[in-house]
Write a protein that binds this ligand. Sequence first.
Ligand SMILES: [Zn+2]
Length: 177
Amino acid sequence: MHDSGRPPDWLDTAAVAVLRDLQGADPITALAVVAWRPAFGLNGLHLGITEEPGPLPQLEDDLDPDDPTASGGGNWVPRTLAGPALLVLVADILRESLAETEVGWAQSRPPCPHHPHPARPVVRDGEAWWICGRDDEPLYRIGQDEVPTRPGPPRSWTTPKRSRRAEKRSHGRRRHG
Ligand SMILES: [Zn+2]
């Protein structure tokens, strides 16, 4: 029995999808998701991103999805989670973990197209979304390959997002030039 390795399938599917979102338009090579068993027999796994791990064994799926469990702390995923809630927790953990690696240090992944901050994972209307935390605007669905994989124009070229009021003012008016 391994103590750490690639997540078992129930967790790996979400982790791989989230890692793709975090890689986005500027992929970092030699990143892998690693899971490890909690010390106290909790029904879940710790999760993180590691640099240049080499080949990892896959952890056995020996946990029970119907067995409620206590919280295991920050980077810990209970086996009972599934669907959007699982995606959002995995996104939150891996985003934090990547930002703490040497290669991903302080980068905005995935990027908010309007601001320098990274997008934030939330469950919205039953779906897992990356949102802009400042405008509370849904940006990309998590794990659906909606995060742009091609670099956009430099931020200084992008038109600043117009406010609702500016939108109203220009409503119905012809655009010149
Ligand atoms: Zn934003």
